[in-house]
Write a protein of this length. Structure first.
Length: 170
């Protein structure tokens, strides 16, 4: 395997595992989907029950897709989209560092950057994409840019349709 294949595998597996764990926690941790829906409502994403499912199912789908390298840029765009919504709706107002009150945006920003890199690198040699002969079509600078554009468009659509944050009194 070439260095780029190792990089793709390492990024895909690590980001894929993070997304799978994130979705799993939304679905089965603490408050489960109902609690996740209530949390979405609390940050202005309404209806919370619907958006909790959209985000959770996206994370549960793109995690394994990244791990095995299936339609890698599309899966990476799912990461960009879900983390883009999280960036704007929850983290951006809290500053850069994640340890700040309310959690800053460094974590989601790194996941977005890693996802764009994954989209550009593609699945690599150790991927389902490669086994299907799609590696050349699903990698490159244009594919990385498309990963960013598709993910950002998905996030923008969700925010435009569902994000209604409470306005400060004044």
């Amino acid at each position: 395997m070439e260095g780029v294949d190792v990089a793709s595998l390492a990024l895909r597996v690590s980001v894929g595992f993070v997304m799978l764990a994130h979705g799993w926690n939304h679905a089965f941790g603490g408050g489960r989907l109902a609690g996740t829906g209530r949390w979405f409502e609390s940050i202005g994403i309404r209806p919370g029950w619907l958006n909790a499912r959209l985000a959770t199912y996206t994370e549960l789908a793109v995690g394994p897709m990244l791990i095995v390298g299936l339609l890698t840029p599309l899966a990476a765009a799912g990461v960009v989209g879900t983390m883009g919504v999280a960036l704007v709706a929850n983290h951006l107002k809290n500053g850069f560092f994640i340890f700040r009150k309310g959690e800053g945006y460094e974590y989601v920003l790194v996941l977005i950057a890693a996802a764009v890199a994954i989209g550009a690198i593609g699945g690599g040699a150790a991927s389902v994409d490669n086994a299907l002969g799609l590696t050349d079509e699903l990698s490159g600078a244009a594919v990385g840019a498309l990963t960013l554009v598709l993910g950002a468009a998905g996030a923008a659509l969700v925010l435009a349709l569902f994000w209604r944050p409470d306005r400060p009194a004044g």
